[in-house]
Design a protein around this ligand. Structure first.
Ligand code: ADP
Length: 401
């Protein structure tokens, strides 16, 4: 089954066209600067270097059509006609409490996604624009919504509620939702497969450490807790996001620095994290380079990131009453042995021991990096959210994979 996976942002539209059964990626790319001048599409076939197609893209509808034209083009296409696209899978960031799994998009589903706009004002509206653009361009092709929040809907109330007046939960749906659910689900299932253990029998802690970073506790195949909250700002510190801080800092800063709500939001989301602290960069490659040259704040940022990961691993082992596997995924964790080592440092008493030699040899590939006698297995599993979305799409369309 050929699935077109769409991740629509406000001025961008990333796509991957892949076979959900074989996982073969036929084409991938993205339309950028939609609605702006100098728009373009980057389009690459079968892993080849991307072609850049400069093209006017006034809106998402034109962008979707341009992607379809690229996929079916004589020169750089991969299919003869649109009829070879069996379904479209859309990444939708927020499903609120309405969606605990992926769904076929219907008018009712669209209404429910719209009702979550307030919870993800930067993400859900462009996701919807992408859905409607595809519906128009490909009438009759099944469209499926796959939510970042859905996997975390199994969290118990004691994990997802905040100790705020209950009326605020009833009025504004303020609670923890968690994000990166597609990735946490995918890598935890892969980990069970790599370990040859039934998924439903395991206690797994998944650490998705990319520009956005979150950690999840998965017991018997169900998420029971995760570090992000109402928004993707909570949890461990990230590239530019502060992660967990004392909430009183918000009002303190408003008073001392005269910041309004918008400025605070900008400060905590875009100017904080390892970048804000170190003043170097949000990119961990730059942080390691700076730390290597003696930059003290870069070293501090790296130490804090590892320490915060470690605290969550400890907390989630306690929450689950034990842990069988710790899984590292996404850009930072897949590529940086030192982050994995630091996140598990001192946890031998919990049965978690990394094999430094094995760990150093692993970058961006599936591997077990714990010692042979470590009771808890530590794994690196590269995430593949597009494949997970394609498989979810196939499942919703009734194709068993
Ligand atoms: P996103 O959340 O944008 O999907 P990714 O999972 O792609 O993020 O992670 C991006 C981050 O991963 C980069 O900002 C960088 O900090 C880190 N990263 C990527 N490649 C490497 C590498 N080879 N070494 C160290 N860090 C890396």
């Amino acid at each position: 089954m050929n699935v077109l996976v769409i991740n629509a942002g406000s001025s961008s539209l990333k796509y991957q066209f892949l076979n959900a059964e074989t996982a073969a990626v036929l084409a991938r790319g993205g339309a950028e600067r939609i609605g702006l001048k100098d728009a373009f599409i980057k389009h690459s076939l079968n892993g080849a270097d991307p072609l850049t197609l400069v093209i006017d893209l006034p809106d998402h509808k034109v962008a979707v059509q341009a992607v379809l034209d690229a996929l079916t083009s004589d020169q750089h296409g991969v299919i003869k006609s649109m009829s070879e696209i069996d379904a479209v899978g859309h990444r939708v960031v927020h499903g609120g409490e309405k969606f605990a799994s992926s769904v076929l998009i219907t008018p009712e589903v669209k209404k429910a996604i719209r009702s979550c706009f307030d919870l993800a004002p930067l993400h859900n509206p462009p996701n919807m624009t992408g859905i409607e653009a595809c519906e128009e361009a490909m009438p009759g092709v099944p469209q499926v919504a796959v939510f970042d929040t859905a996997f975390h809907q199994t969290m118990p109330r004691k994990a997802y509620m905040y100790a705020l007046p209950y009326a605020l939960y009833e009025k504004h749906a303020i609670r923890s939702y968690g994000f990166h659910g597609t990735s946490h689900a995918y890598v935890s299932q892969r980990a069970a497969a790599v370990l040859h253990k039934p998924y439903e029998s395991l206690k797994i802690i998944t650490c998705h450490l990319g520009n956005g970073a979150s950690i999840a506790a998965i017991r018997n195949g169900r998420c029971i807790d995760t570090s992000m909250g109402l928004t993707p700002l909570a949890g461990i510190c990230m590239g530019t996001r502060c992660g967990d801080i004392d909430p009183a800092i918000v009002t303190f800063l408003q008073e001392k620095e005269g910041l309004d709500a918008h400025a605070i939001d900008d400060l905590l989301n875009k100017k904080s994290g390892v970048m804000g602290l170190s003043g170097v960069s949000s990119d961990f490659r730059d942080l390691y380079a700076a730390a290597g040259e003696g930059h003290k704040l870069a070293s501090l940022a790296l130490d804090m990131f590892k320490y915060q990961c470690r605290k969550y691993i400890g907390a989630y082992a306690a929450a689950m009453g034990g842990v069988d596997a710790v899984v590292f995924t996404a850009g930072i964790a897949e590529n940086t042995p030192d982050i994995r080592l630091g996140a598990c440092d001192g946890l031998t008493y919990m049965g978690i021991t990394i094999d430094a030699y094995k760990n150093n040899a692993v970058k961006a590939r599936e591997a077990v990096v714990s010692t042979d006698d470590s009771p808890v297995k530590v794994l690196v599993i590269p995430t593949n959210e597009e494949l997970a979305i394609a498989r979810e799409t196939a499942r919703v369309c009734g194709i068993a994979i």
